[in-house]
Structure formats: C-alpha cells, structure tokens
Design a protein around this ligand. Structure first.
Ligand code: CP
Length: 307
C-alpha cells in the first residue's frame, strides 16, 4: 500500500482495502503471539484535541504491540501550548521532530488535512470536527463486516442516529460505496439526515440508497444495523435524555425485527440508543468492533511507517 497521510476514506481503493484486511489478519496473529519488536525504534505521537477512549488507546495499544513507543496528550487544547495560542501547524512542525507518525484528533473539520499539509511524518486522522471524517473507525467497521459476514458486496446497511454530523457514518458511507450492489438506508429525522455531499457521492457512484424515518420498517431488510449516538441537544427526546424514550432506540422489542444473521454495530460510546439488554445478543458486534480496531490500526501504522 502506498500510504503516507491518512486523512479521509476516499483515498482507499478496493485493492488497498483488501490488502489492509490481509495485513490486519496477519496482525491478529502477531498480537496473539505476544506482539513483535519490529518497530522498536519508532515513536508514535497521539495528539488529541478532543476526548477519546477507543481511538487513542487502540492506536497506542497497536503501537506497543508492534514494539514501538507512544507519546501522547489527551486534551491538547488544555495540556499543550495550544492554550498559549500555538497554531495546529506550528504544533505539527514541532512534533515532527519527536515522532515518526502522528495520530491526530482535531475539533475542526479539515484539521487532519491542515496537519498533513505541513507534516513530513505521516498524519493519521483520528476524527476531525463534527461533520468531518473518522477514516480509521470506518476501516475497522468495514473489517468487522468482512470478518463477520464474510463479504461486503451486496450488503444492506441501515445507519441510524445523527447522520448529519456523525463522522463515522460519513467515512463508512464513502467506503461502502466502493463495493458492488450495496444498499444503504439512512434512518433519521430530516434535521439529522445524511448531508448532500455524501448523497452526491453515492449518486455519482451509482450506489443505491434511501432516506428513511421509520426504523421498524427498515430492520427486517438489512444485514447490518449501524447505530450512532443522538445528542439530546440536537434532537430533543433522543439520545442522552433517560426520561424521554429515544425514537430510534434499539431494545428487546425492536431487535426482534432484525434478521437472525444480521449484525448490530455502533462506533461507541453509546448513550441510551442501545439498551444494555441487547449486549448479550450474539448479533451485537459493537464490542467485537473495538477488538478488530487494534489489528486494523496495527496494519495502518506499519503501512505508513514502511513507505
Ligand atoms: N469510536 C470512537 O471514536 O470512540 P472514541 O471517541 O472513544 O475514540
């Protein structure tokens, strides 16, 4: 794979995705035998301007399993020179001298591209802004589908939640659009529907998609239900408000409508959009996704360091 910076999903071709999945399979075997020392001279900087549990820890876990070392700041806006007004560009220029790869989560759309423009070491986008992208999450999501359903061609996926600014959904829609005969259902109220840029991309690439508002009618149709958080401030009655039932909540009554072979996915963290009672259902793949994420991120780190 000819990878340097990883800023958006669109830069991955189908052959690159297949190669990445083969590498991730290999990384699972490497991790199972206790890791490797192959990258013991490499340093990864994780520079996070927004909170994270999964992305930061899984990247750092991936680097440690490769034998490398990680330096990090988890709230760069408070615990780095950003608080004194340093620009992202200057921070990246400096960290270039400390690390061989930078994993960046930034609070602005395009933050990763800005960093990549001035960085001589690879920059990996770990999420940029509300409505930006989260390509490595989408890659691990796609890998989860491949591992668990054995194919991505022909898959029917329903996305539920805040699709307007959900960066994981946006990145995954771009990737799924590269496969044959996929069908994408975007289930959300009008204010939170998937944005025109994604619709235009899917239309240009002849990808079947539908905008829906009734989760119950979609559930029996799909192979994958991809649930995302709905912030209560943008959708009164949904998401974080425990005293108000979320219109798109997945619980024991709604999960019955799904096919026996389907997958329930979520990038996490969840609020109340998936009831804890669903966790024991074998179709609930959201914690398995987090495990696959380590192997995908090991494969991505090796790809950008080998160039
Ligand atoms: N899925 C995801 O990006 O989780 P974190 O915010 O915990 O990294």
């Amino acid at each position: 794979m000819n990878l340097h910076h990883i800023t958006e999903s669109q830069q991955f071709t189908l052959p690159m995705l297949h190669e990445l999945f083969r590498e991730a399979d290999q990384m699972e075997r490497v991790a199972a035998r206790g890791g490797t020392r192959d990258y013991e001279h490499a340093v990864m900087a994780s520079l996070f301007y927004e909170p994270s549990t999964r992305t930061r820890f899984s990247f750092e876990s991936a680097m440690l399993r490769l034998g490398g070392r990680a330096i990090s700041t988890e709230r760069a806006q408070e615990f780095s020179s950003v608080i004194m007004g340093e620009t992202l560009e200057d921070t990246i220029r400096v960290v270039n001298h400390y690390a061989d790869v930078i994993v960046l989560r930034h609070n602005e759309i395009g933050g990763a591209a800005r960093a990549a423009a001035v960085s001589s070491v690879p920059v990996i986008n770990a999420g940029d802004g509300k409505g930006g992208q989260h390509p490595t999450q989408a890659l691990l999501d796609l890998y989860t589908i491949q591992k668990e359903l054995r194919t991505i061609d022909g898959v029917k996926v329903a996305f539920v939640g805040n699709l307007a600014t959900g960066r994981t959904v946006r990145s995954l829609a771009y990737l799924l659009g590269k496969f044959d005969r996929v069908k994408l259902y975007f289930v959300a109220p009008p204010a939170l529907q998937i944005q025109d840029d994604i619709r235009d991309y899917l239309t240009r690439h002849n990808v079947w998609f539908a905008l829906e508002h009734d989760l119950r009618t979609v559930l029996p149709e799909v192979d994958v239900l991809y649930v995302t958080r709905i912030q209560s401030e943008v959708f009164p009655g949904g998401g974080a408000a425990p005293d108000k039932p979320a219109p798109f909540i997945l619980d024991e009554s709604t999960v019955k409508l799904l096919r026996p072979s389907s997958l329930i996915m979520h990038p996490l963290p969840r609020l109340n959009e998936i009831a804890p009672s669903v966790d024991a259902d074998p179709r609930a793949a959201y914690f398995r996704q987090t495990r696959y994420g380590v192997f995908i991120r090991m494969a991505l780190i090796t790809s950008v360091l080998q160039r």
